[in-house]
Ligand binder design. Sequence first.
Ligand code: CP
Length: 315
Amino acid sequence: MRHLITIADLDRATIERILDRARSFSEVSEREVKKVPALRGRRVLNLFYEASTRTRSSFELAAKALSADVVNFAASGSSVEKGESLKDTVQTLSAYGPDCIVVRSPHVGAADLVARWTHAAVVNAGDGKHEHPTQALLDVHTLRERFGALDGLDVWIVGDVSHSRVARSNVLAFTKMGAKVTVCGPPTLIPRDFEALGCEVRHSLDELPRANVVYALRMQKERMTESFVPSLREYAARFQIDGRRLGARQVLMHPGPVNRGVELSAEVIDSPQAVIGQQVAAGVVVRMAVLYELLAGRGAPRPAGATAIPTPQPA
Ligand code: CP
């Protein structure tokens, strides 16, 4: 595996190999000294053009737990504010010889473009409403830890599917792992062709009781250019997962951050069915496994300053 841009590039065997390794890294996270030398001397660059709490911090912890050197780059406060383009930024930072660039961007396709402009391995940490593959891997990991396997699991993904990169990556990952996936939300928040990804579509929660897993999505107000629901109050009345709708035996997931009182009520966030904290914790070991998969066994890093910039491909 050269880059991780989309779950579509991974088969079930590769997902299982990465997540088996993530499970073995759990032991490192429980040690007093939470470090192994697997990526000593390697450089990981976290390139974040969009806000993040979980993804950025867990990639940093993951890289440091593998003894890699980490640089955190946030667009805010950088020369991006003086007008430097993504391409010029990537090519400039590539002169430092990073082995891996983890990129988050509000733009669909940004990670794919970055991969054309650098010799480093590239991980898509979320590109607009396209994909968030490491979120999907950590969600599969969380479900494997809970159920052993996803085969035959009935998973409902509820909410703002249209603006969600998590929904797209998770439908691909969950179905590859044998789950039956249903997406549910108002017609205005589900793309018309979404069944083509291999899931069913519903516009009411009437059949929710059959689900083993309820995966709620955030209302992504920052990506909405128009009004997709009459009001958040009306959305919550029809689609909020609350104590009446969540069964005692159902597992509740959410990628975070949660809009409390919109897609989830406070009571279910703090209920025993919620595994939101386990999802966050899984982020470190799963991202360790992804970095290991991409970098361990690859050639020695190029000396800083000696990196030949590849000829840019047409965007
Ligand atoms: N789930 C997720 O990607 O969270 P952050 O935006 O905090 O990284």
